[in-house]
Design a binder for this molecule. Structure first.
Ligand code: ARG
Length: 475
């Protein structure tokens, strides 16, 4: 390449890229397309501008830029917000990412003042800040959605606190429980998910700006001012860590994965309950789909998809863990891979929570079928054993006696409640007529009236507590 071509190239590249001054030839189209993050990171635009506004405000109060420069920057950035909102902003892949697109447009709009915005800042602390701001908003929104789901579950539990169904272990009928109690088991899981989001938010709510590329900056910045303006609880204490770690994204994806696990388990049960052989619930037609070949089918596509989508959320968690695992300090371009999986995670849990919550509002338990199923498989055998213990027998002996009764009933093809008083007496002299009530489904559930137990009274109490604590205005 002769000197004049080189000079031309340099001129071209200097004009084109914020960083291209030291380059002798423009970046190849192939590399440009491979490395650009614009098509997905433009989603961060509003957070990016929010961070820039706070940074510029601080630069001016610290006399690093003038007040006029600040006013121009504010005017320019506000204009850019409008353009983005109206879809008139012209995104250019040549400018690689959201940060450089906005900065270049700012310079186009306000000239030299725009060139000063990046003082005491790097795209490394900028992106670390944008990501935190973005996730923080999403956590707040998703928490609201979890609250709504909790309220729907609590209302459903209140309404059906007396409905009895079989409780399962090993998917075998184990003991009678109330439908409300079963639903509130999921409510407990979602309550913990809300606390997990709270913790995750707390861990990441520190400001990276001021860390610049990795080592901090020589300008007399005021990081606490920026932190306060952006609603952070403090500032990151180590500039190298601040710009390089993405553990907050890992944590977020882990919480999201746990939420999807809960939704997936719930979905699995709904699918089972909707199976005509089980037939425990009805769900409005609007949440089901038909088959293109079998006219009789009503398929539970929503819970099936919720169960299926769990896979991609787990995948994104593994993906971000893997992105981080071999990176030396400090910033590496690998980190750019933190975004698409995160965005998809948020989109997936948001849409799943919304549709799942709506669907739960349309669930009707079929109490007769549930009751019939609960009457099967000697579901009150434990109550029988407990009865004998209360009459003075050691639990192990009581267990053995009831096993024998169950064995005999099974052979005769009858239930415990079908035995006469005399037949009962043969198993132990302490068995009396009062055992009858103990062996009923109601006897069983009403006796479990302690905190965390299945009795309707406790279910109502817990449901009300959830409504009181988690009710959100827009539920
Ligand atoms: N697009 C980049 C990312 O997502 C922004 C930071 C770029 N920094 C850099 N030194 N190349 O991580």
């Amino acid at each position: 390449m002769n000197t004049s071509t080189l000079a031309n190239q340099n001129q071209f590249s200097k004009k084109k890229y914020a960083w291209s001054g030291r380059f002798s030839e423009p970046v190849s189209e192939l590399v440009k397309n491979y490395t650009a993050s614009l098509k997905f990171d433009k989603r961060l635009a509003h957070c990016d501008i929010q961070g820039s506004l706070a940074h510029a405000e601080m630069l001016s109060t610290q006399n690093i830029i003038s007040i006029e420069d600040l006013r121009n920057i504010e005017k320019g950035l506000n204009q850019i917000i409008l353009e983005i909102n109206n879809d008139t902003f012209s995104w250019k892949i040549d400018f690689e990412d959201v940060h450089l697109n906005i900065e270049n447009r700012l310079i186009e709009l306000i000239g030299d003042a725009g060139k000063k915005l990046h003082t005491a800042r790097s795209r490394n602390d900028q992106i670390a800040t944008d990501m935190r701001l973005w996730i923080r908003d999403e956590i707040d929104d998703l928490t609201n959605l979890l609250n709504k789901l909790l309220c729907v579950l609590a209302n459903l539990s209140l309404e059906h606190a007396d409905v009895i169904m079989p409780g399962f272990t090993h998917l075998q009928v184990a003991q009678p429980i109330t439908f409300g109690h079963h639903l509130l088991a999921y409510a407990e899981m979602f309550k913990r998910d809300i606390y997990r989001f709270k913790d995750c938010r707390k861990h990441m709510n520190y400001l990276p700006l001021g860390s610049a590329a990795l080592a901090g900056t020589s300008f007399p910045i005021d990081r606490y001012r920026v932190a306060k303006n952006l609603g952070f609880d403090g500032v990151c204490q180590n500039s190298i860590d601040a710009i390089s770690d993405r553990d907050f994204i890992i944590e977020f994806c882990a919480v999201a994965s746990i939420i999807m696990t809960h939704l997936s388990r719930f979905s699995e049960e709904l699918i089972m309950w909707l199976n005509p052989q089980v037939n425990f619930i009805d769900i409005e037609d609007q949440f089901c789909t038909g088959s293109s070949i079998m006219p009789q089918k009503k398929n539970p596509d929503v819970p099936e998809l919720a169960r299926g989508k769990t896979g991609r959320v787990y995948g994104h968690l593994i993906s971000i863990l893997t992105v981080m695992k071999s990176q030396p300090l400090a910033y590496n371009k690998d980190n750019q891979e933190d975004k698409e999986g995160l965005f998809d995670t948020v989109d997936t849990i948001r849409s799943t929570l919304i549709v799942f919550t709506k669907m739960m509002q349309c669930i009707k338990p079929k109490s007769y079928n549930m009751r019939l199923a609960a009457l099967k498989n000697f579901s009150t055998a434990t109550d029988f054993a407990d009865y004998l213990v209360k009459k003075g027998l050691p639990f192990r002996d009581a267990h053995e006696i009831v096993s024998k009764v169950v064995y005999d009933c099974e052979k005769r093809g009858c239930g415990l409640e079908d035995l006469t008083k005399d037949e009962m007496k043969k198993y132990h002299s302490k068995i009396d007529d009062d055992v009858r009530n103990i062996l009923t489904l109601e006897g069983s559930i009403f006796s479990r009236n302690h905190v965390g137990g299945t009795s309707p009274e406790r279910v109502r109490e817990e449901a009300k507590a959830i409504l009181k604590q988690h009710y959100s205005v827009d539920t």
